[in-house]
Each structure stands twice: as structure tokens, then as C-alpha cells.
Design a protein around this ligand. Sequence first.
Ligand code: PLP
Length: 398
Amino acid sequence: MDFKEIKELDAKNHMNMFNRLNVCFERGEKNKLYDTSGKEYTDFMGGIAVNCLGYNHPKLVAAISEQASRLMHISNIFYNVPQVKLCEKLLDGTIFTKMMLCNSGAEANEAAIKLARKYFYAKGENRPKIITANNSFHGRTLATVTATGQEKYSKPFAPLPDGFIHVPYNDFEALKDAVTDDVGAVMLECIQGESGVCPATYDYLVNAYALCKSKGILFIIDEVQTGMGRTGKLFCFEHYGIQPDIVTLAKGLGGGFPIGACLARGEVAEAFRPGDHGTTFGGNPLACAAALVVVEELKNTDMLGRVEFMGNYLNAKLSKLKKHNFVKDLRGKGLLQAVVLSEKLKAAEVVGKMLSRGFVLNAAGNNSLRFAPPYTITEEEVNAMAAALGELFANTNI
Ligand SMILES: Cc1ncc(COP(=O)(O)O)c(C=O)c1O
């Protein structure tokens, strides 16, 4: 099928939901992608922070192939070995005591919201309200678009579920002022990825956590984008020395295979009873076999050290771009970083130009160029990308 035909069929049959870039990838190998004409690209987007082990990773492919031939799906009415192994391995050495599995980040956050509400309901306390931050992103289901502090994602879909309060991010006083007796949880991202890789300041997150602890409010961290080693630690919240009650994961967890998770600790982790929550596909053997490889790579090798090293390396290269007057800021941690551009130069335009030069980048909110490459990205690949971007910027006269 040629590219023209692919585009025509897509336009004819798929709902018009995506501003697609002008390329169709059909194969990946390590940190490279290949389009339908055979052209090679180096991937600095990682399927938006998903393909953490790169493409065609031998262990991941072997585990999926082996499990596919053995058993792909079995109802959660039965036990399944990959699920049992994944939960044991993922929870081991963390502060969390129990978890549940699902298929996406939005589902993981739905579970977190339900878990927090069920926890207080079971205690007979009326604390259904959840505080989230402006410019956050928590998913596309009705509850998670409502939790998301960006009206553009929720307004057309009203009526929306009740009980969400939005406050400015990185503004502790605003958070404190929003707390009332019926607030049961605060849900935050350590780094707001979709809105342009905006990190929480250390003081903000630590103070927000302390406030929640002092008032018996559950602290939920959405690590869908920042989790699974993306920032150089298994969970980004570890950089802040805090201990959330609930954390949500997806994206990198399956290394490209769809899977999400909601982890909790102590009494909160015991709040669900049979019938409260469920899923047909969540935690299926195939997804769990894939995620087990990712968790093993992160926990049994020096992958986290590599993310930290390559994150610093990428940051050092990107820092050189600060000399351009249209580069406003450089943000992020580990292998989740952004170059923030002034309005004069559109991030989407840069993404298009870099794509034609063989580099896959991504435009995130706030006119930012987002970098979320596989953890296997090499120094040579970073050098080549930084040189191409440097040249592009040097020839941009604005
Ligand atoms: C922080 C965060 N939470 C939730 C989601 C939603 O995840 P999914 O698209 O897998 O539902 C995303 C997706 O970008 C995200 O970045």
C-alpha cells in the first residue's frame, strides 16, 4: 500500500481525531523507526514516553511471543501466573502494598479516583472531592477529562461528573485555600508532561504532601508519563522524598504493549472489595508478560542509571540551544525534557522540519518541543539530533 493510499483510507474510515504527522511507520529497531518508503528516523518521542526499551527489544519480543502461543487472555475470574509475577516484582522494594491492573493511563486514574472515594465511603466519611491542578492531564474518560485542569478537553462533553476542584499548579497557598472538610484526595503530576514538561517545584510538592498528611487527605501522584524510570528513578515522586498513598502508571509500563496500573499502600490499598471495580482485559497474561520484562530491566540492570546519565547528556546538548532568542526555557528531568519556544517559532513547525531530517520529536503544550526517547538512546544519536536541531535553529531568522 503506498502512502497516498494509506492517507486516503485513514481519512475515509477513521474518525477525525488526530492531527497526524505526514508519515506512516511500519517497523522499528532499537531507537530507529522506518517508514513505508524505508526511510530511517531516530526516535526522540518513544510513542510519547511509551517505548522505553526501544523497538524490537529481544527480551520483550520473546516474552510476548512465548506468552501469545501459551495464553493471551483469561478472565480475571481465574488466577494467572504472569499477573501474579508482575505484581510481586513491581511492588517489591516500593512503598506500595497492593495494586490493580488495567489497560491505559486514563483507566489507572479512574481506578485511583474510585479507590480514594471508596476508601472514605467505607469509613462513613463524606469526602468525595478531589483537588487537581490547572494544566494537568489525567486522561480522556469523562472522570479523567474532568480531573484534567484544561477546559478544552472537557467542555464539549458536559455534563461532567461532580466533585473536582482545580487549583493553580505550583501555588501552595491556592491549594491550601481550596481544602475543605469534604476533600478526600489531591491528585498531581510531579511533571506536567502534556502541558509542556512543567515540573512541580520541590517546595510545592513537599508542602502539598505535608498538608495532605496533616488533614488525612489522600495524596495521589499520576505517574503515567513520569513513571517506570522515565526521570531516572522508578517513580518521579522519589526525587521529592514523599510517600503518596496512590500512584498510577501506564505508558512505559508495557514497553509498547498497552497496560496500566494503580498502586496503593496500607489501608487505602484494601478499600476495594469484589464487585467495586473490575476489568475484562486489565492484567491479561500477554500484557503482564510484556510489563514483567520492563520491570525486570528496570530493577535488575542499571537502566535507571543509564536514564540519569543520558538525561544529563541530552540536557547538556539542549542547553547549547539557549543562545537563540526564541528558546525561552529548558525543562524536565531524565529522559523527559522540553525546549520551550517563544511564540515566534511554532513547535509543530520545528517537529515537521526535524521529521524531514530523520528525527522524531513531539510538540507538547505551551509551544514546547518534547523529548521522551527510549532509555536505550545513545550519545551518538543525541549528538546527531542536537546537531540537526542546532543547524535548523541557526538557519531560523526571526
Ligand atoms: C500524566 C498522564 N496521565 C494520564 C494520561 C492518559 O493516559 P492514556 O492515554 O493511556 O489513557 C496521560 C497521557 O498522556 C498522561 O500523560
